[in-house]
Write a new protein. Sequence first.
Length: 296
Amino acid sequence: MKPLILVIDDYQDILDNLKMILEFNNFNVITSKNSKEAIKILSSIENPPNLIISDIMMPEMDGYELFKQITSQIKWNHIPFIFLSAKSSPEEIRFGKMLGIDDYLTKPFNEEDLLAIIKGKLKRNKESQLITKEVYKLLASENISPKLKKQQEEELNEIVLCWIMWDDSYGPKLEDYFSINDKLSYSIEKIAFQLYNAATTVYGQEGFSKSEGILLNIDNINRQSYIFFDSYPDANRRSGEQEYMLGVIAMRINYLASLKIKSIFLDLSQKIKYRTDWNFQNYWEKISKILTSSIF
């Protein structure tokens, strides 16, 4: 079945152009000329769209308010949401991303960029839903009380795995991350930088050569994190080494769980050092299994 995309824009020419591009690339498309009509469409169709593309500047209800209304509904808040707008200043783009938007493209847009973003968001969303279903199946097969099962589901939804590399020009740089939750209440990039800076405060930049790990509280988001930092020789760096950090953020991480996570990070770190193929999502699954089982 072709993925269904809802497109909202108050200019008919833009709607027609997007509909033509998307249908030519094997997507089904529903269009709407304003936000209120889009809400009515979402309420009336049996199966929600796989992705939403919206303009920002529209009469009556702008794209920001539309995004807030959609993400406030449980039946819609998992849908990837992309802004496509003429508002292109860094401040406007930053504001959109602060709201939790999945991506932001400026007009006039490049067709290849648009299609690449759409396919990437659909793929990630599908993978996240499959992982969640599999985990919930496992939970259902175990003799766990409904209260504990709900707690386990909530904890799973808040687990984030991230990888930070040190850049001589820009400082810490978020290289990759994985979470099944596309609507986290905080910026992963900001928290990852906070964790990296905490590590350098404790151990200094030179400490990254020791393969150390730290269990930390992140008070501003009421989470815990286990971070592990390491390095490998790199003649192109000022220090002669490429420093990096692996981190997991979760609602809670106990000491025994952190020891198990460290062994996983040691394995992942070896793959990073020797440029071996690896799958970030697989490591997230291993760590999630440790954290969701450790709550009992």
